[in-house]
Write a protein that binds this ligand. Structure first.
Ligand SMILES: NC(=O)c1ccc[n+]([C@@H]2O[C@H](COP(=O)([O-])OP(=O)(O)OC[C@H]3O[C@@H](n4cnc5c(N)ncnc54)[C@H](O)[C@@H]3O)[C@@H](O)[C@H]2O)c1
Ligand SMILES: O=C(O)[C@H](O)COP(=O)(O)O
Length: 391
């Protein structure tokens, strides 16, 4: 029986997919799998049984990916499963940033007790007039699942769209509307656009990428949208840009003490992926990825190990998997051990991703040798993180 712990509320559409071989547990330390959304895991100790963490969502900055890799824990996310939800909220934010909607609603609330509120509104409304987004230039930084959807929807709304993503995947580029202008230099997004929206992951390399230099290049009154993570924007520089009018409006999904105090900031409580549809999609994808890994060793959509798929374990064979460092000779040492134990390797796959690698082996279960001894010897190899007899 595999025990699964939910660190956040996970949609029952996902947990209902768990078969009779699984049970939910309140005890994270004994779990083979953890399902999580945004709960902070950096300070968490992981139990020895923990094989996988599945993030029902996109951002994985709440999970210590390298520490997990070195403990033999595969971390998954659910790319694209909440992209439509975020796209829809970003479209809403474009409109909130263009018209006096937020202040207008506030004015009506403040005047709710006035019996002549209708007449007063006709006088007051000029203070909340705005602009249309049609024909305006939108810069999209990051053209992955969300950025590409935002770019395409903005084209459909008549915006002139500029996209920047030096690492864009072939799939994402293929999905982009051909009307989206490709921009090779980020500064050109800052210089050109009336609206800018950022859709990149929070990493060391993207921390504070929207800084004083970026604001210097922008048009006066630019509208800036951040539905990715607050660490991407330098708050001090943003506060100054809002104060000077360089940024006309900052719309962000990430509340923090600095942002909530900023003039002309519209701050939402991290609502981007909080639709029933997105929560269900993410939960189902996360549970499927985790079950597939636990039952077959196959890895899809991991963020710390390479994708690897040998299909179901063939009848009559034994599958052993090894999570290890991406170092010279690793595969030779693994295969040597089975050779010396007299175990025939019927099929194998070895893939790497950055510092980490994964080897899957289908073994002839019927031949002589001492596979258990072989497993002990594999475990003793330097920089082998986990050896698992899947079946
Ligand atoms: N507000 C929310 O509720 C919410 C919901 C989902 C995702 N997010 C955030 O949005 C981010 C993006 O999500 P996604 O599903 O589109 O992810 P994704 O992985 O599909 O796309 C990210 C894109 O950013 C690009 N990128 C990376 N570094 C870059 C850089 N320096 N400059 C330009 N592009 C760069 C990548 O090449 C990739 O195409 C997530 O990492 C998460 O932090 C927020
Ligand atoms: O990265 C994500 O997928 C979003 O920020 C959603 O986070 P949540 O699952 O905590 O709503």
């Amino acid at each position: 029986m595999h025990k699964i712990h939910c660190l956040n509320n996970i949609s029952p559409y996902g947990t209902d997919l768990l078969t009779a071989d699984y049970e939910l547990t309140e005890d994270a330390a004994s779990a083979s799998g953890i399902l999580v959304r945004s709960a902070a895991m950096h300070d968490m100790e992981f139990g020895d049984n923990l094989l996988a963490i599945a993030r029902a969502g996109a951002g994985v900055n709440n999970i210590p990916l390298d520490r997990c890799a070195e403990a033999g824990i595969v971390v998954f996310n659910t790319p694209g499963a909440n992209a439509n939800a975020v796209k829809e909220l970003v479209l809403c934010a474009l409109l909130l940033g263009s018209r006096g909607i937020v202040d207008g609603i506030g004015w009506v609330r403040d005047n709710a007790d006035d019996p002549a509120v209708g007449k007063a509104a006709e006088k007051a409304k000029k203070a909340f007039a705005g602009h249309e987004i049609k024909g305006k230039k939108l810069g999209v930084i990051g053209l992955g699942a969300i950025g590409a959807e935002v770019a395409n929807a903005a084209v459909d709304l008549g915006m002139d769209v500029y996209g920047y993503d030096p690492y864009v995947s072939v799939g994402a580029a293929w999905r982009l509307n051909s009307a989206v202008h490709y921009v090779a230099n980020l500064d050109d997004i800052f210089r050109t656009c009336d609206y800018i929206t950022i859709h990149v992951p929070a990493m060391e390399s993207t921390k504070g990428m929207i800084d004083a230099h970026a604001f210097e290049l922008m048009h006066d009154g630019v509208v800036f949208l951040n539905f990715s993570r607050d660490s991407l924007v330098n708050d001090e520089a943003m506060a100054a840009a809002l104060e000077s009018g360089k940024v006309g409006c900052y719309l962000t999904d990430f509340a923090n003490p600095a942002v909530v105090a900023m003039k002309n900031a519209v701050v939402l409580p991290h609502l981007g992926a909080s639709t029933a549809e997105a929560e269900d999609n993410c939960a189902m994808m996360a549970v499927r990825e985790m079950m597939s890994y636990i039952e077959t060793g196959n890895i899809a959509n991991s963020v710390n190990f390479p994708a690897c798929d040998m299909g179901p374990v063939p009848e009559g064979l034994r599958r052993v998997t090894v999570l290890h460092a991406n170092v010279p000779n690793a595969l030779t040492r693994i295969t040597e051990i089975f050779g010396e134990a007299g175990v025939n390797i019927v099929d194998l796959t070895n893939k790497s991703r950055g510092d980490y690698a994964y080897t899957m082996l289908d073994l002839d279960a019927g031949n002589p040798g001492h596979p258990d001894d072989a497993i002990d010897r594999l475990n003793a190899i330097d920089r082998v993180f986990r050896v698992r007899v899947v079946k």
